[in-house]
Design a binder for this molecule. Structure first.
Ligand code: XBP
Ligand code: MG
Length: 252
């Protein structure tokens, strides 16, 4: 039995459905701008999501023959342009937050729970989402923004969660992760965190065996009841995820 003191949030797929209509589109804009033939369609991008990190994803596509070979400096330069396109898409307000995200963040913040971000995404992309989708006040409300290349190994390695917890001086037994993908779950689990998963179209069929709660959405009081896909701690029937659900998962 442990108290919930900290919640670490994944970004892409968890705060918002950024992959299909955000990152993917921005990669294609960078490819087109650089006059490359390659375009990542929705299904191809789904396959490529098994590789975390945008630069690593391009490198993987090059190695498997999907994209023309190029030196890593070119990959990095293309990725920098992709990040700029992504920032523009986010600033245009094209990607809303997922249901329940703001409600749960506000509830946890008001309750004095430490909040942090643990993501594979580039810091500039994260900043754009915080500024335009959450609101600038959240730059101060998150106690740590752990993102991108600051750790040697990206998810599914536990490094980014370990880094965030070290910065916050919180123990894994008091920390809960919110994730959306198999790689995110493996990362949080390897960091010894209890984990709640909100699946999306790209991750619905991935393996979340052992996760503490798997739901279709966090949900909101004024919406349809959410689908609960697995409920390891036997929480009583509920229509949306609340802070007390997260607290009971920690205390079980
Ligand atoms: C998801 C990722 C990222 C994004 C693209 O991160 O793997 O690589 O797809 O972002 P998470 P970058 O779910 O951990 O938030 O191009 O900035 O890497
Ligand atoms: Mg994710």
């Amino acid at each position: 039995m442990a108290e919930l003191k900290c919640i670490l949030w994944d970004v892409d797929g968890t705060l918002a459905d950024t992959e299909r209509d955000g990152h993917r589109v921005a990669f294609n804009m960078a490819f087109e701008e650089a006059r490359l033939d390659r375009r990542w369609d929705v299904d191809t991008y789904g396959e490529l999501l098994k590789v975390t990190g945008g630069k690593e994803r391009m490198q993987f596509d090059i190695e498997r023959g999907g994209m023309a070979d190029m030196p890593f400096e070119k990959v990095a330069a293309l990725h920098a342009r992709k990040t700029i396109h992504y920032q523009t898409l986010i600033a245009d307000g094209l990607i809303p937050l997922r249901s329940g995200v703001l409600r749960l963040l506000e509830e946890a913040y008001a309750a004095g729970i430490t909040l942090g971000i643990s993501t594979t995404t580039t810091p500039a992309a994260l900043d754009a989402l915080i500024e335009h989708s959450l609101g600038k006040e959240w730059f101060d409300r998150f106690a740590v923004l752990a993102a991108g290349d600051i750790v040697p190994n990206k998810k599914p390695a536990p490094d980014i969660y370990d880094y965030a917890m070290e910065k916050l001086s919180v123990a894994p037994e008091n920390t809960l992760a919110l994730e959306d993908s198999g790689n995110g779950w493996l990362s949080a689990h390897a960091a010894k965190l209890k984990t709640v998963i909100t699946v999306n179209d790209y991750t619905a069929n991935q393996d979340f065996e052992g996760a503490d709660l798997v739901v279709a959405e966090l949900g909101d009081p004024d919406r349809e009841a959410i689908a609960v896909l697995s409920n390891k701690h036997g929480l009583d029937k509920f229509e949306y995820v609340t802070l007390s659900h997260l607290q009971s998962i920690m205390e079980d």
